[in-house]
Write a protein that binds this ligand. Structure first.
Ligand SMILES: Nc1ncnc2c1ncn2[C@@H]1O[C@H](COP(=O)(O)OP(=O)(O)OP(=O)(O)O)[C@@H](O)[C@H]1O
Length: 359
């Protein structure tokens, strides 16, 4: 039996996580992280007040203490600034992965430990195991459709050792059933979407609030002007919709294949393997994080370049400055600097890093 602070978001997954931990005999307190207030006039329906109410109601049903922990300043420093700076500098940051490392298992875990808790529990769909040497391993969640281990790929060993993911052992329909069994008031609540902690605020609205529009031409790979964009930061490599360049016929779509910051040009081309810049086999990954054994030699890994992408075999090789080179067996579409690549050995997560450049 341990003292666990559960990150209770007001959603069904973390509510069931709290109920399961309680059922397992742990001493459980619920903590809602207040990370974002829609006080800055960004359009969108930010449901945090409703979420706090729901989280409170769940804690009441379970008969556990409920705390609202104000982390707005840290959120601004660690996530909002990272996002805005990233987009300004031309990369595509991943706030969800960063949130886990910096917020949920960063400041929130620090808070928990300072208050005498031993673990932070969340409703992530991932499984934690203790290896023979006593270290913590993270496995993909039992539900292949919901697996969220990708979002945990920059976590350190120390963070993982203090994490519990009880719902990761279950399929989503089983989590819903459990919510009904525990009579949780959020049993039928719809799953949340949107940027981590930003509620229903769309990334494009968020960005427009912080980064000025900077219109320029959209050109094709031959330099012909095809339209106008609103600012290079609003588009990402491989993007098929939302650039406004119509596809001439079925099966032939224009996608973003590059950016030329010097001329403020957005480049579109055909969504085909031979289109230059769209598919790559080799890339450099920085900010590398190893959960268990360090990446100190050449090895084969399963590398997952996006949340919804399949992990693909790749040779990982350390290069200078703690970075690694990844050589995929098959060329990969739209590898974007700033995005996260998670490394696995089958179902076990080895760690991850941030795409820096294609080679
Ligand atoms: N504002 C918050 N306060 C406390 N914990 C949070 C908060 N937002 C998310 N979490 C924790 O992080 C986990 C994963 O977050 P994510 O946004 O992916 O939620 P989710 O999968 O929709 O889960 P849920 O149904 O619990 O909202 C949640 O299950 C919860 O434990």
């Amino acid at each position: 039996m341990s003292k666990v602070l559960v990150g209770l978001s007001g959603g069904v997954d973390s509510s069931v996580a709290a109920a399961l931990l309680l059922e397992q005999g742990h001493e459980v307190v619920a903590g809602y992280m207040k990370n974002w207030v829609n006080a800055e006039g960004i359009p969108g329906d930010c449901p945090w007040e409703q979420d706090i109410e729901d989280a409170h109601a769940v804690a009441k049903t379970l008969g556990i203490e409920f705390r609202v922990i104000d982390l707005i300043d840290s959120y601004k420093d660690r996530i909002v600034d990272y996002l805005v700076e990233g987009y300004r500098s031309g990369i595509t940051p991943n706030p969800d992965v960063w949130c886990n490392r910096e917020m949920k298992f960063g400041v929130f875990l620090d808070y928990a430990l300072s208050q005498g808790f031993e673990f932070v529990g969340t409703g992530h769909y991932a499984r934690r195991r203790t290896l023979a040497d006593g270290s913590a391993a993270i496995l993909r969640g039992a539900d292949p459709n919901k697996d969220q281990s990708y979002f945990l790929s920059l976590m350190t060993q120390w963070q993982a050792a203090h994490a519990l993911f009880p719902t990761g052992e279950m399929l989503k329909p089983e989590v819903r059933q459990a919510a009904r069994r525990f009579n949780l008031p959020v049993a039928e609540k719809k799953d949340s979407q949107g940027i981590c902690f930003l509620g229903q605020v769309k990334m494009s609205d968020f960005l427009r609030h912080y980064v000025d529009d900077s219109p320029g031409p959209i050109v094709d790979t031959q330099g012909r002007v095809m339209g106008e964009h609103r600012g290079l930061h609003l588009y990402t490599l491989g993007q098929r919709k939302g650039h406004g360049v119509a596809s001439p016929r079925d099966g032939m779509a224009y996608v973003v294949v590059g950016k030329n910051p010097d001329r403020n040009e957005l480049i579109v081309g055909w969504d085909l393997p031979e289109t230059e810049g769209l598919y790559v086999r080799e890339c450099a990954v920085g900010t590398v994080s190893a959960l268990n054994e360090p990446f100190d030699g050449k090895r084969l890994v399963d590398a997952q370049p996006r949340y919804r992408a399949k992990a693909e075999p790749a040779v990982l090789e350390p290069i200078d400055d703690g970075k690694v080179r990844l050589s995929f067996q098959k060329p990969q579409r739209a590898i974007v600097p700033g995005q996260i690549c998670a490394f696995y050995d089958g179902g076990r997560m080895l760690g991850g890093g941030v795409f820096e450049s294609v080679c």
